[in-house]
Design a protein. Structure first.
Length: 146
């Protein structure tokens, strides 16, 4: 990202808490840590492998009012219970209302737009230095035959 400070402000405005993870500053939400560092992005999430990041919020209307007042860019969603907040570097963050939540905001999903599982694995290798592998067959249970 071009401006880590702009991202820190954005993610804390959404409701995250700045914390230290070793020498890194990260933003903590229920169920996820947002890590960020200075870099030169090649584009936003639109049309990329990561189409958007998804969060759930307890009260979408109140959250949107607060974020608009803070100057965040908001794009309507497909329903009154959904909207997108645009982070610096054109990172799309989907917000979906879930009134049953006990916290104001929490992680929900990352929406990958790839043509295959192998493409998604390749993205993880490229972005995080992950080692590609195969899913362990630990969940398979023996079949009983009569």
């Amino acid at each position: 990202m071009r401006d880590p400070e702009a991202h820190r402000i954005f993610w804390t405005t959404l409701g995250g808490t700045p914390v230290k993870l070793g020498d890194m500053e990260v933003i903590k939400f229920p169920d996820v840590l947002v890590l960020y560092r200075k870099g030169e992005p090649t584009g936003g999430t639109e049309g990329s492998v990561v189409g958007h990041i998804g969060f759930r919020v307890k009260d979408l209307h109140a959250s949107l009012e607060k974020w608009r007042a803070a100057g965040l860019k908001i794009v309507p969603g497909a329903s009154p219970h959904q909207a997108f907040v645009i982070a610096p570097d054109e990172v799309r963050v989907e917000m979906t209302e879930d009134t049953s939540m006990e916290v104001p905001i929490a992680n929900h999903h990352i929406h990958f737009y790839t043509s295959s599982v192998d493409d998604t694995k390749a993205w993880y290798v490229k972005m995080f230095g992950a080692k590609p592998g195969k899913r362990a067959d630990r969940l398979r249970r023996p079949t009983c035959r009569a």
